[in-house]
Design a protein around this ligand. Structure first.
Ligand SMILES: Cc1ncc(COP(=O)(O)O)c(C=O)c1O
Length: 573
């Protein structure tokens, strides 16, 4: 630690010498620094809970500071198409570091010009010009602006559950309230129609429509593959009405789905194409939007009308050029198709064997969604896979689904490793635990739909807790410090065994030591009264009271055998 003085304060400055111990030192405080200076929620992140700090990566693997190896089936949300640290991309960037890193902004930038010419060569149709930026959101942002500028119209049609990024323009196109609502009002003129429904799209078009924006396959929406012909119909529709088609291939591009661009599966050429993520070869951040010379004309009178200081920087462009060369030389789009088919076949075999656990397998190439019968099951499988050395993650807009999006260089034996790990997890999650999760999912959905309700809890309704399996004397003292969440209380009322949702005490150490599987039972009145309101708080979020019909429905449900379809309907968000 060093001391840093500013005008008003003296603070500790966490100085770490750059020597051979540098990594160990920053790794030792990685979790606490993340919690204290990035976001407190890091304490709940799976890798945080496991103390897994990223150390190095290579090919299809990433390694933590304890030497544990993880098969990367997440691919950094789709950025590692050519694998981690592909030697040709690394070499290109290292060479570039010795020449020019960031550009002067005034002289002609040969690296961005070269990359633009490469992109013009590999993209379909008359896409010819590129604007470079630093992320997918920025690419979408620019595409929306270009569509408005070119057409002189303002309205954009997007789809429900779409994910186009989180900057204000991109967020306006994103189709999920959880991201949008907290930041309202967003841009005017955006509407969202059902993905895959061509009639709904046509109905949304009016004389002020500038463009339709679409992911060829919804990525964050849950890897939703539309029925064959949908994209072609959207293209025909936009042409018929004289509006632009913006394809967001930020996630589907660069070989991911088995073609260099997903639109090629249907021979569709968009008016504007957005790319990012894997474009940087898994080494540098870069995004871009592209269009034909005809559309680009509107940017000519004032080329800086839309601009970016870092966009098109030599380091990022060199990485992207090398990435494209690798994709072509190693035939990675074709490999994605081949390995994707193999992966999906293996996953479908598991689905056949475990229909109560796996609801759906879908995708194209190596963009695969694996949907479970409940959110809790998806979470449990994800955690267990992590313990077995496989990384996956859920999609942002569909919480029962996790994505399988590994580097396109993944081999058959690595896929087999993931499948074996997944099967062992599915076996380990026994039918008792499964039933519990499904009941929980069902109940959560009923609560969400206001079919059943949790009444606010008062101190008089305090519950005792016996910690299973080892309740000690000291545990009973902790009861007075318990914070029981409303869901646990509702469960306790039904005398059902629930996963601990109670935090014991305020200290994290106590919590992590004591929280486990608990059985909650109503306490005797006398016990309840001995606890004061101040040291036994309960969540008192208001939820709708049950109505008679609702109660009936909830009661009726318990007797009925559960169908997979009902799980899905209930647990999808
Ligand atoms: C289809 C799509 N568009 C845009 C974005 C936003 O990209 P970024 O996170 O680089 O801003 C994403 C990110 O997941 C995406 O999947």
């Amino acid at each position: 630690m060093a001391v840093y003085k500013n005008e008003t304060q003296t603070k500790q400055f966490p100085l770490v010498e750059r020597n051979s111990n540098h990594y160990q030192e920053i790794a030792s405080s990685a979790l606490s620094n993340s919690i204290n200076h990035l976001n407190n929620a890091y304490s709940q992140k799976l890798s945080g809970a496991e103390g897994a700090v990223e150390f190095r990566d290579e090919g299809v693997y990433t390694y933590d500071n304890k030497g544990r190896r993880y098969l990367d089936c997440l691919g950094g949300y789709g950025i590692f198409n050519v694998g981690h640290r592909h030697p040709r991309v690394i070499e290109a960037v290292k060479m570039q570091l010795d020449q020019v890193c960031l550009h002067s902004q005034e002289l002609i930038n040969p690296w961005s010009a070269h990359l633009a010419s490469q992109l013009a060569a590999i993209t379909p149709g008359d896409l010819q010009y590129s604007f470079f930026c630093n992320s997918g959101s920025e690419a979408v942002e620019g595409a929306i602006k270009l569509a408005r500028l070119y057409t002189g119209k303002t309205e954009i049609i997007s789809t429900k559950n779409a994910y186009h990024g989180v900057s204000m323009g991109a967020l306006s196109a994103t189709g999920r309230d959880v991201f949008r609502k907290p930041f309202a009002p967003l841009l005017n003129g955006f509407s969202h129609v059902e993905f895959g429904n061509i009639e709904a799209m046509e109905a949304a078009i009016n004389e002020n429509t500038a463009a339709v924006i679409l992911e060829p396959i919804q990525g964050e929406g849950g890897i939703n593959v539309p029925s064959e012909g949908y994209l072609r119909k959207v293209r025909q529709l936009t042409e018929k009405h004289g509006i632009l088609l913006i394809l967001d291939e930020v996630q589907t591009g660069m070989g991911r789905t088995g073609r260099m661009f997903a639109c090629e599966h249907e021979s569709v050429v968009p008016d504007i194409l957005c790319l990012a993520k894997a474009l940087g070869g898994g080494v540098m951040p870069i995004g871009c939007f592209m269009a034909s010379a005809k559309i680009w004309k509107v940017l000519e009178p004032n080329p800086t009308i839309h601009n970016s200081t870092f966009g098109g920087n030599p380091l990022a462009c060199s990485a992207a050029s090398a990435c494209i060369e690798v994709l072509l030389d190693e035939h990675l789009p074709a490999r994605a198709a081949l390995m994707g088919n193999y992966f999906m076949r293996k996953l479908n075999e598991l689905k056949e064997r475990y229909p109560e656990r796996i609801f759906d397998v879908r995708g194209k190439g190596l963009l695969i969604g694996l949907e479970f019968t409940s959110k809790d099951l998806r979470e449990a499988v994800q955690v267990e896979l992590f313990h077995r050395g496989v990384i996956v993650a859920s999609t942002l807009n569909s919480n029962c689904t996790f994505r399988i999006e590994p580097p396109l260089i993944i081999t058959e034996s690595q896929i087999n490793f993931m499948i074996d790990a997944l099967e062992s997890v599915l076996i380990d999650i026994g039918s008792g635990r499964l039933a519990e999760m499904q009941a929980l999912a069902e109940e959560q959905e009923l609560i969400k739909q206001d079919v059943i309700a949790i009444e606010p809890v008062t101190v008089e309704e305090v519950l005792t807790v016996s910690i299973v399996p080892q309740a000690t004397d000291s545990d009973s003292n902790l009861v007075s410090d318990m914070v029981i969440d409303e869901f646990s209380v509702a469960k306790a009322r039904q005398r059902r065994r629930v996963r601990a949702a109670a935090k014991v005490g305020s200290s994290k150490v106590a919590a992590s030591r004591k929280v486990g599987e608990v059985r909650l039972v109503p306490v005797r009145e006398s016990r309840a009264k001995s606890n004061s309101k101040s040291n036994l708080e309960t969540t008192k979020k208001k939820v709708a009271k049950p109505n008679k019909a609702g109660k009936k429905k909830a009661a009726g449900k318990k007797d009925k055998p559960k169908s997979k379809a009902s799980y899905r309907a209930k647990t999808r968000n």
